[in-house]
Design a protein. Structure first.
Lengths: 297, 248
């Protein structure tokens, strides 16, 4: 018989990690919904965020000002994303290029390889850990790691800001318009290429936020983005490509399934539970929970 | 408003090929400022391709397009919009997950609209006035996806009127699949905007009664070429037009 307190603890741990997984997935799905391309190098922007946070906290800000590192890391990655989009991805939307998907795949997979190797060259293959963000705390009667608690709150704040930007600002209207009708937004006079650039910057800065928030938990090393990317894509399959509410719900679902699988079956197969969930969703609803069938006109 | 005799839009030997298919073939057109020009032709004759070329969604294989004598065929669609070339589509390109009012505000995001932050209240007022003009004001807070096809067409047309400057309005099959009441609102909107604001219209349509009521001049396109031009009554008796429609 499993202790109910232990079960609740794992359930909360699943919810916490699920919301953080969702941050990464929302970044991927946000870029897809506007640019209609998959960014295979999302994990490397996560990795950049974690390195930036580590170096900012350890060498510049100090352990007490760790929270300043997160917006700074996001800002640096946002700018880097805008530059990368401008020079490497925009050419696929200019002119009448065929095979856009293949172009985007080649460019973003190349970026993945490049950034991983760049991290090894610049910082070596070692693992780093920034100082803990907070000591152990409680959610209700349940003890929870301070780093995870901070990551949860940080993620919720960032998701709240993301929601406000997308729903309540003029830039958000342009982003939503581009996602809903790319031809319509161009003929309404909006420069869709600039919208793409902003969207790519926002998407990769969400990945950087996840990397910065999770740095003390999952550590900092050149390939730390690989797991986050894998989880991100699992979530997108579960939630439906292009659906932000779907990503949020699927993130929670994946976190809970992994967590409960670990306690009810075995923690050794943690990643397998997520894949079983993905397979189950693909059988029952191939477009994901919130995905829509696309009609090609 | 009668046409002014001033050339507003011209196409010069415009050609568009898709592989082996020539959709627009060496087409030269001249539209006068203040005119309501009808473009007619059988299915597949190249009418929508012409709209796509003028609005910038397609690049011409060869030839040129001029607005006010300035060449525009190398410009991106949003830049052409900022120069005053606005268009609608047969299947309305509305933002389905936005409200009707939000849809109207999207053109305010374009570069040509100046400091939108200072003008926010005026922009909303203008949007509401235009919604009243096309009789959609009672739906301004409804999601666009709840609107009928005809109402979406009206919304799309009203959204185009939000863009400043508006020199020439390209309408692709605005009357297709809409009920008579909405058709009449669209007709009146075109006539009033032409009369009061001097906006030039190019209307692509299969609806001959509507074209007859709106347009003094029509251009007949067949296999990408202009085969006749003049009043509807005049072109209806041109043998090439009769052949094109009945397949002679």
């Amino acid at each position: 018989m499993i202790d109910s307190l232990l079960l609740s603890q794992y359930l909360i741990a699943g919810i916490v990690i699920g919301i953080m997984y969702a941050l990464m997935a929302i970044g991927i799905t946000f870029i897809y919904s506007i640019m209609k391309m998959i960014n295979w190098s999302m994990g490397e922007f996560y990795m950049m965020g974690s390195y930036l946070q580590y170096f900012l906290v350890v060498y510049f800000l100090g352990a007490n000002l760790w929270f300043l590192g997160i917006p700074l890391s996001m800002a640096v990655v946002f700018v880097a994303g805008m530059i990368i989009q401008r020079y490497l991805l925009r050419p696929m939307f200019v002119g009448e290029m065929e095979r856009k998907d293949e172009y985007a795949t080649v460019v973003t997979v190349s970026l993945m390889v490049f950034f991983r190797n760049l991290a090894v060259v610049l910082a070596g293959p070692n693992q780093f850990a920034p100082p803990d963000y907070a000591g152990p705390t409680h959610i209700g009667p349940l003890p929870v790691s301070g780093n995870r608690f901070v990551a949860l709150i940080g993620t919720l704040v960032i998701l709240g800001l993301f929601y406000l930007i997308v729903k309540k600002t003029w830039v958000g209207k342009a982003l939503r318009g581009s996602a809903q009708n790319r031809v319509g937004i161009q003929t309404a006079g909006v420069n869709v290429l600039r919208v793409d650039q902003i969207a790519f910057g926002i998407g990769v800065s969400l990945a950087a936020a996840a990397g910065a928030l999770l740095a003390p938990i999952f550590l900092v090393w050149p390939e730390n983005g690989a797991i986050a990317t894998m989880k991100g894509f699992e979530i997108i399959v579960i939630g439906g490509l292009g659906s932000i509410p779907g990503s949020l719900l699927a993130g929670l679902l994946l976190g809970i399934v992994e967590s409960l699988g670990s306690i009810l079956i075995s923690p050794s197969f943690r990643d397998v539970y997520g894949f079983i969930l993905v397979l189950g969703i693909l059988v029952v609803r191939p477009t994901g929970l919130f995905g829509e069938r696309q009609r090609v006109a | 408003m009668a046409d002014s005799g001033i050339k507003l839009l011209e196409t010069e030997n415009l050609t568009k090929r898709f592989g082996g298919l020539t959709a627009i073939d060496d087409l030269s057109l001249s539209i006068q400022e203040g005119e309501i020009r009808g473009i007619i032709g059988p299915n597949g004759s190249g009418k929508t391709t012409l709209m796509n070329l003028i609005s910038g969604l397609y690049k011409a294989t060869s030839g040129a397009i001029y607005l006010d004598g300035n060449r525009i065929d190398q410009l991106k669609p949003n830049v052409r919009t900022s120069k005053g070339i606005i268009r609608t589509f047969q299947i309305p390109k509305v933002f389905r997950d936005m409200t009707v009012l939000e849809n109207m505000l999207v053109p305010a995001l374009s570069d040509s609209q100046g400091d939108r932050y200072k003008q926010r209240v005026e922009i909303v007022d203008q949007a509401q006035e235009l919604l009243q003009f096309v009789q959609l004001s009672h739906m301004e807070n409804r999601s666009a996806k709840t609107l009928s096809g005809g109402q979406n067409q009206l919304l799309q047309i009203a959204r185009g009127f939000m863009i400043k400057p508006l020199r020439i309005y390209l309408m692709d099959e605005p009357f297709a699949g809409v009920n008579p009441q909405i058709k009449s609102v669209i007709m009146e909107s075109i006539k009033e905007m032409n009369r009061e604001k001097g906006i030039t219209f190019i209307v692509v349509s299969h609806e001959m009664p509507s074209i007859r009521r709106l347009c003094d001049t029509v251009t007949v396109i067949h296999e990408g070429r202009c085969i006749a031009e003049g009043t509807l009554e005049k072109v209806a008796h041109v043998p090439a037009v009769i052949d094109a429609y009945i397949g002679g």
